[in-house]
Design a protein around this ligand. Sequence first.
Ligand SMILES: [Zn+2]
Length: 272
Amino acid sequence: MSPAPAPRRAVRAAAAVLAAAALLTGCAQSVDPIERLGKKAAQSVRSHTPAARQPYRRWGLPAPLAPAPRPASRPAPPRTAGPALAPVVDHVPTRDRVVFLTYDDGAEKDPRFVDMVRELRLPVSLFLTDTVVGPGYAHFARLRSVGAGVQNHTLDHPALPGLPYAGQRAEICGQQDKLTSRFGIRPRFFRPPYDRYDTTTLRAAADCGVAAVVLWRATVTSGGLSYTHGDHRLRPGDIVQIGPDDIRERTTRVLRRLQKEGLTVARIEDYL
Ligand SMILES: [Zn+2]
């Protein structure tokens, strides 16, 4: 005879333990131990089923994500380093308990991430590079349709500092044009590849109609959260970059951290 399947064996073993415990304590067991285990399992299924339907549980959060507040007023425009130069920000001055989640390049095209953004109503920002997205723009159109913002991260992802104005302008304006024709809306923000830029970058960005060069103060990698400068904790107004790979898992990790700190996610377009 073949042995009983492992789960049955486990139930029998647990039942034997229960029966032995009942004998030891002298407690009268009117219900068969196996039946009791079955009832327990049924209760556990009943108590977990409604919760499993809650989107926040499905995405690994202990509680619903707080909705972003309506910004009381738009903060003053960020300062520029000079005339005709785009301002650079990695943090938005605000007292609202919000941070901004940003994703770069467009290499990872995980359809489940679209579900996550839709179900949690995450107002994320995607900085896209044309040659990295390649033929994958439909994925980002889906993300846009569920509330994500699409921004500029150059055509080809070069390191910009030191490149002549014409080359930098072609990289930035070229992707502005491409994203405008793909999505019907001109991006307001630009993030330089590798977070590196020079004055020429800021001039070219301004000439291409970019409202702000958006860097980040905190990043989420496989090792956890790290910060470019300042406090080693998330503060209201921080711009957070979610590194490539496992973006769902990394997003969950940062959302849990936000919830612990009483923060939530807002649309960067509402604050810049
Ligand atoms: Zn990049």
